[in-house]
Design a protein around this ligand. Structure first.
Ligand code: ADP
Ligand code: MG
Length: 394
């Protein structure tokens, strides 16, 4: 299912409309994490080398379909300019005569950034009139925003129906990493799932029970599984409506060749806080009033061994409340095992990616997906509008 990319068509000298995902965190007018901007550099640099006029589009945050100073893209243009080493002109509009005039004045290699696409209420409605106005600016549409591909908006999907379209290099990498893992995973294929909610990720668990050799569970969702098995989980976070769902997954796993593995020990705390009293207890017997906030050392060792012994690993969701130091060891153990594993390692998910970034281990992974929600939907088997609208490689 490889997508046709910017390298598969003649782009030389063209006016190219590129949808990127510059939905980055801002603080006091500065970009505090430029990972997503960096991810778009290969495509932008390639197009500049080819003498293209590069017109960039992105959303940032959730403005309510109207201009909002808190979500203007000026800090992004500033950071992008620093990374590219050339000034990036940022416009205060998304479409219209002013934008057309600016685009007409571009030279080869110039980079222009349109204002936050969600300032226009037509963006999220995939309104054909906005699509038409934008399409006038370019000869080619490039979608390099995998993390926004689960939305059918004007800039993420609509443009692909009116302009010749290809995937950007980041999009291509995301799709081929996830598609490869779903289509023909190397075995043993180990999946590690953690994070907050079973109900958020049940379809992902379900898909992997069909595909993987082992699914290792950590994070808060482990307690919903333990409860479904009839264990006492004390004051641990349990999703009542998830217990049934977890029981179904356990039943499915028992009947399949995939092992669904739960923690055997946990780090329990008497309070949800950094300076709570803690003890390592058996996962099956968490004392009354105590809550499990991380997998225990025995579980971490078991999971790490499985990861190091795998030929392919996919990980989503932290193993514990890694934001607090006393409950970060499980997540660190998994991250370090991923880094050490000789297998193909793929990581996805907002909080898990930020945990791995914090540990400085992101560049030790074979692929780090930028697309939190989009990557999970992709794994569930959903057709992402931003992906299906792009032509396949022939
Ligand atoms: P991701 O963004 O990687 O997909 P999620 O959003 O599903 O992950 O979950 C991340 C959150 O889960 C983190 O904020 C973390 O603190 C929380 N979490 C992990 N383990 C526990 C736990 N045992 N109890 C409560 N919260 C937890
Ligand atoms: Mg999250």
């Amino acid at each position: 299912m490889a997508k046709k990319t910017v390298k598969d068509v003649d782009v030389a000298g063209k006016r190219v409309l590129v949808r990127v995902d510059f939905n980055v965190p801002l603080k006091e007018g500065r970009v505090t994490d430029d990972t997503r901007i960096r991810a778009a550099l290969p495509t932008i640099e390639y197009l500049r080398e080819q003498g293209c006029r590069v017109i960039l589009m992105s959303h940032l945050g959730r403005p309510k379909g109207a201009p909002d100073p808190a979500f203007m893209l000026d800090p992004v243009a500033m950071r992008l300019g620093q990374l590219l080493g050339v000034p990036v002109r940022k416009l205060s509009e998304i479409s219209g005569p002013g934008v057309e005039a600016a685009a007409a004045g571009m030279g080869p290699g110039d980079v222009l950034l349109l204002e936050n696409s969600r300032f226009d209420p037509r963006e999220t409605k995939n309104d054909p009139s906005l699509v038409k106005e934008l399409a006038r600016l370019g000869d080619l549409y490039v979608n390099d925003a995998f993390s926004a591909a689960h939305r059918a908006h004007a800039t993420t999907a609509g443009l692909a129906s009116v302009l010749p379209s290809v995937a950007g290099l980041q999009m291509e990498q995301e799709v081929s990493a996830l598609d490869g893992l779903l289509r023909e995973p190397k075995r043993p294929f180990v999946v590690v799932l953690g994070g907050a909610k079973v109900t958020d990720k049940i379809k992902v668990i379900d898909r992997f029970l069909d595909l993987a050799d082992q699914v290792l569970i950590g994070g808060a969702m482990a307690f919903t599984f333990l409860k479904a098995q009839g264990h006492s989980v004390g004051a641990s976070k349990v999703e009542e409506e998830g217990v049934e769902v977890a029981a179904e997954a356990l039943k499915k796993a028992a009947a399949s060749s995939c092992r669904l593995v739960l923690p055997t020990d946990v780090v329990a705390a008497d309070d949800f806080s950094e300076d709570a009293a803690t003890q390592v207890v058996s996962a099956g017997a968490i004392p009354e009033g105590w809550m499990g906030l991380d997998i225990g050392p025995e579980t971490a060792k078991t999971y790490a061994e499985a990861i190091v012994g795998a030929a392919e690993v996919f990980w989503n969701g932290p193993m514990g409340v890694f934001e607090m130091a006393p409950f970060a060891a499980g997540t660190r153990a998994v991250a370090e095992a991923m880094a050490a594993s000789p297998g193909v390692t793929v990581l996805g998910g907002g909080d898990s990616v930020s945990a791995v970034n914090k540990l400085g281990l992101a560049d030790k992974m074979d692929h780090v997906s930028m697309g939190g929600g989009a990557s999970l939907e992709f794994i569930e088997g959903a057709e992402l509008p931003g992906v299906v609208s792009l032509p396949d490689k022939v």
